[in-house]
Design a protein. Sequence first.
Length: 618
Amino acid sequence: MIVGVKTRYEIDLTVAELLERGLEMQGRYVLAKTGEVPFNPDLDEHAYRRLVGAVDSVRGGRLHLRDAPKVQEVEAGEAWLEGRLDTFKDVVKALTGGRHEALLDRLEEAAFGLTGAEGRLARTTALANRLAEGGPLRIADGVEVEIGLPIGSTSASSRAPRAQSTKFDEPTFVFDQGGDKTNRSAEKGLAEYGPFDSQFFTPRRPRIVVLTPRAFQGGVEVFMHAFRQGVPDGRVFTQGFARKYRLSDCDVVIEAFEATGPCDVAAYREACLAAAQRAPKPDLAVVITSEAQEHLQGDQSPYLVAKSTLMGQGVPVQEMQIETIRRGDIAYPLDSMALQCYAKLGGIPFVIAATRTIAHELVIGIGSAHIKPSRFGPPERVVGITTVFSADGNYILSNTSREADYDQYPQELLRALRVCIEEVKQRNGWQPDDAIRLIFHVFKALKDAEAEAVKSLVTEMLAEFRAVEFAFVHVGDEHDWCLFDTTADGVGSARMPSGNRQPKGRYVPRRGHAVLISDTEVLLTVSGPYDIKRPTHGLPRPLLLKLHRASTFTDIEYLAGQAFRFTAMSWRRFYPSSKPITIMYSDLIASLLGRLRHVRNWNADILRTAFPTSRWFL
């Protein structure tokens, strides 16, 4: 029996009432009663409202809509705004005359009482007790079930089964090919030792061009000076880019251009073409954008047009928003940006130590993204693939593929495997007596036919070796399970809107707990109390790893530990991600390339020739 607790935002005032209060409507999506839901006296009033389109204009009390497949206009008095969080906040701000922050904070605290770990467990247990009071439930003729408390409950009267967990340690980061320079902190190890490939990395003095609208130029110059020299009084990034990554120096050139506004695509395109064609050619471009551009797609997006234009000329691109540049504490954004820049230049900042095994391991990540040009348009499902292999006791990111349509991804997967296996065979000197283990991290549960097809084709490719093992692992975060740790008191202490002080992550398990729920399924915690930003943030969802029955390597605990270590290997941030990089990088590849498809003149083939080692997608 599954008991779920959720909250949602509802806006009861009609669009007409909100217009009277001065709320801007253009571009916002609205709901209306379309007649699709038959009347039922037990239904909530909101059940009859359906999304109909975005407001293009308001004329004579009527809303004229765009991206509206069924109705093109509705009465403002018979329409409601959808309850998105950003829209909800705008409504509260308009209704309170700008005195909205305290009210929203109190609302967040009230919702946290339901959805936070402690409140969620208490509510679930209370519901279980109420259901149990009625005695056994008869669910079929001669079949009764008894309602008990959640698994692992420890009250004196509880007969709930115990929940056994395995605790994995955080991985060790490695900063040299000999494996002598190690640290449990990626950031500290990098500052102390420099990057993993510092002895062989080129270019030693990269040329970085920064493209910014002229209106942002002053703040951008200050920001890029800190990028070169570091933040002396900061907790991180005190050395600057060149010193931290053991470069001789870096040349930063600011190129400001005239733009009519933050969304002037033509100005971005011309500035990018000019920068890419000017000698000497830049090794990396930093493009300054703004939050106003985030919702734009295809040829309307300055960021996507800039990325397409520069990458078409062989120049990797790093984006930075002006709102981030203008905030007070820039040390952490600079630290993350420098990490991404080094990886985009083709560098390897760090690797993680692998568990030494007899078999040679190759881990393949298959991720996906849904690309929708509009809310009602048909989605495109795009698949991306990454590969990681173990060498000399370290896990090393090896290869990333271009995107493939969902129905074509098996062919792209096999192409990427052929390339990677041949590369790793040569690099590691695989011998005929070696055992090979291929582990697939996939975004969906593979069909039996898909798993068997991959096995048979790859077995043929590896026929020269003594043994080949397979593991197909579905890595997902959409499931019905929650994990609690009733002994966890949380970390730190922060003042709540009510005035009370609250630790972060009370009842939230730490990272690295693995709980078996069957012989082939395990729950894995990848976000703990230290990963929660605010005391009112809810219960992080664990990953669910499911092993396909076609797998020949079936040690689910080993596979869970490996997936956990891969969550710390990200070169996007210095803190762990909520997914292993095998899936996260694949998702990023699929999302970016799926969006770049809709930019004029984009050619994905450039990735194979100009970006063989660049992590251009970070």
